[in-house]
Design a binder for this molecule. Structure first.
Ligand code: ATP
Length: 508
């Protein structure tokens, strides 16, 4: 049984081998933390986006979509606070010359203590049968000790981050005796702030051209279009604007595959509400979003909320939905009650009113905002890593299978003639024609049927339709289920209905 690190490596290798994800610019040795999605990856990604869009825009009459440009007026990033405060605290090791995020070094240290707790608990569970009181007490004491350490470090760390105390962060790294993983030394520089936005020049002449930024989030495009959408769509509060698009961050510690990339995609929704009603809507969106995740059929124990205790100065509530990735629970989605901060700042910087006239109260005001923000790529990694399994079969062989939720799977059905003769390929082509307008299907006649089934398992195709001798006599085929590997015989003309039933496109 692979440990988590090995498992993660296998997942990355599988994603490449089966055309899901390739390193960017691979023939030039790649570009750090940038990835390309292959023929199956792009389908899975599109299906995730469609699943989100349907749940947000199609199912909510008061949410509409938007596609704003990546380039925006540079003052937007002044108003949003990104020019002055979208920073990561960096620290260098003087011996290895490697650069780290100070906050990540501390969080990794906390994670290591958490791992120790998990190990103790696992050990205790294994010895449960002959677990006596003495053992209980010593395990308990160790776990309590570790927990106390975590609480102390977390409290000090949160306070330093809140006060932006860079010298204090450095001191905490030294006090915790954190060493550079490369050089093994604790020879650290001061901590400095590093802005995460990529910038470029607009216009053909560099001098006199304005510096503009590649957007680090899609949300600001929504805020600056708030009145355009509200007026042209005759939207009444509460209402939401949803957007899917690329975002760019010059991440220093870009690692863990597509979990942290420099170019990634976000699915964000800003929900505009009456002042005073934001916490009610915050709770509503917490419930809606966790339900969306669970509608995919991934068991609930893979998700948890992490409520923020220390809030950004503009927020009055915030939580992360964390997912159990192969490297532990990490943020997958953020839900934030952002008050009227962003719209007010854009009023201030643009000099234009961004107010809503409320016909019920006869008042004009700047609405409050609850935001849900999820990374497409992180969602991809969550689904993909959960789906990846190596299974031992009854006959002693193993198979690698991607148990992707059927509605997200790239290929919905493979159509396979049992052999390449006797009119079976022609019949299989007829079935392709019957299905391909509604479902992305794949025709495959190469190799023995068992190998073709394994290949579709590895791609995550939920159904294989096989044309055999009997098909030619009575127009029936077998349909094989990826997860149970069971096969049933059905009439060809029933196939579209059967697939529609099995692949309900949105599980909500
Ligand atoms: P983290 O703490 O992991 O850096 P964040 O709190 O900065 O994330 P947000 O600014 O709240 O993230 O962005 C919303 C969502 O966008 C995140 O929950 C995540 O799914 C996604 N996201 C953010 N940064 C990246 C990145 N560098 N690569 C991939 N996805 C990202």
């Amino acid at each position: 049984m692979a440990n988590n690190e090995e498992l993660f490596k296998q997942i990355i290798a599988h994603a490449k081998e089966y055309g899901y994800i390739f390193p960017s610019s691979e023939i030039y040795d790649g570009l750090s933390a940038v990835y390309d999605y292959g023929q199956y990856g792009v389908e899975l990604k599109n299906n995730i986006k469609q699943y989100w869009w349907k749940a947000m825009v199609q199912y909510h009459e008061n949410i509409v979509g938007l596609d704003s440009a990546i380039f925006m007026h540079p003052t937007i990033w002044k108003a949003s606070g990104h020019v002055d405060a979208f920073n990561d605290p960096l620290i260098d090791n003087k011996d290895s010359k490697k650069r780290y995020r100070a906050d990540v070094l501390i969080e990794d240290h906390i994670q290591k203590i958490e791992d120790k707790i998990n190990k103790e608990v696992e050990k205790a569970k294994k010895r449960f049968e002959n677990f006596d009181e003495k053992m209980y007490r010593s395990t308990n004491a160790r776990v309590m000790g570790y927990q106390q350490q975590i609480d102390d470090i977390t409290a000090r760390y949160a306070d330093l981050m809140q006060r932006n105390d860079l010298a204090g962060l450095r001191q905490l790294i030294i006090d915790l005796e954190i060493a550079c993983p490369i050089s093994g030394t604790r020879n650290w520089t001061d901590v400095r702030q590093f802005n995460l936005m990529f910038s470029t020049q607009m216009g053909s002449v560099a001098e006199g051209a304005d510096t503009i930024y590649l957007r680090p989030e899609t949300a600001q495009g929504i805020f600056v279009n708030f009145l355009n959408v509200q007026k042209t769509g005759r939207m009444k509060l509460p209402f939401g604007i949803a957007q899917i698009g690329k975002a760019f961050r010059n991440e220093i510690v870009a690692r863990q595959f597509i979990f942290r990339m420099r170019e990634f995609e976000q699915m964000e929704m800003q929900f505009f509400v009456r002042p005073g009603e934001e916490l009610k809507w915050f709770d509503y969106w917490k419930k809606e979003r966790i339900q969306w995740h669970q509608s995919l059929g991934i068991p609930a124990e893979n998700y948890r909320f992490h409520d923020h205790e220390k809030l950004a100065h503009y927020a009055n509530a915030a939580t992360d939905i964390e997912f159990k990735f192969p490297f532990g629970f990490k943020e997958l989605e953020g839900i934030h009650s952002r008050t009227n901060y962003d719209l007010s700042r854009h009023e201030e910087f643009s000099g234009k009113k961004l107010r809503y006239f409320d016909p019920e109260t006869n008042e004009s005001y700047v609405p409050y905002v609850v935001e849900t923000s999820i990374g497409v790529d992180r969602m991809f990694l969550a689904v993909f890593s959960y789906a990846y399994r190596e299974e031992k079969l009854e006959d002693g062989s193993t198979r690698v299978v991607l148990r992707l939720p059927a509605m997200l799977a790239p290929i919905k059905a493979a159509v396979l003639p049992l052999v390449k003769k006797d009119g079976m390929p022609e019949k299989a082509r007829e079935i392709m024609d019957l299905l391909k307008r509604d479902f992305l299907c794949q025709y495959d006649e190469k190799d023995a049927i068992g190998r073709r089934y394994r290949r579709q398992d590895a791609i995550g195709t939920p159904y294989c339709i096989t044309v055999d001798n009997q098909t030619l006599e009575d127009n029936t085929v077998t349909i094989r289920d990826r997860d149970t590997m069971e096969q049933h015989r059905v009439a060809i003309d029933q196939l579209p209905t059967i697939l529609w039933q099995k692949l309900r496109l949105c599980g909500k």
